[in-house]
Design a binder for this molecule. Structure first.
Ligand SMILES: [Zn+2]
Length: 141
């Protein structure tokens, strides 16, 4: 029957579209999870950095109050804060890569991922070998 065939075609069509949507839906969800993990990682690092600054402030306050100086303690706090900032930059770069943007290291302008030069300050942007889609995220859990 003619109607029957048309109906079946229609069903196949709808099912096909549904599958397409599901596939991209899964990919989107996966990316959203990765993205929220990265953002959460940034928030956690930000809190740790703030804690370190507070501790450093307390240490310095105590040193001034007691008229003592422990430059080793200060230096180690500073290097801890530095390494936390480095971790933060790695996460931020991954977020950029997922958003397919590249942040200019000189002026902070967000450029399209494949830009060769910064649109604001014309700084030559770093060329990466890894395309954003192939970038594997290792949560390190
Ligand atoms: Zn720039």
């Amino acid at each position: 029957m003619k109607m029957d065939i048309r109906f079946r075609e229609e069903v196949d069509n709808v099912l096909g579209k549904a599958k397409e949507l599901t596939d991209t839906g899964i990919k989107k969800t996966d990316e959203m999870i990765k993205m929220s993990r990265l953002k959460f990682g940034c928030i956690k690092l930000d809190n740790r950095i703030k804690q370190k600054y507070t501790q450093l402030g307390r240490d310095v306050y105590k040193m001034v109050k007691t008229d003592s100086a422990d430059s080793d303690l200060i230096a180690s706090s500073v290097s801890e804060i530095e390494s936390l900032y480095k971790e933060m930059n790695v996460l931020r770069k991954r977020i950029d890569e997922m958003k397919k943007i590249i942040t200019c290291p000189v002026c902070g302008t967000k450029n399209k991922y494949d830009s060769e030069y910064c649109s604001n300050c014309t700084h030559r942007l770093m060329v990466t070998d890894v395309a954003p889609d192939e970038y594997g995220y290792d949560a390190g859990e």
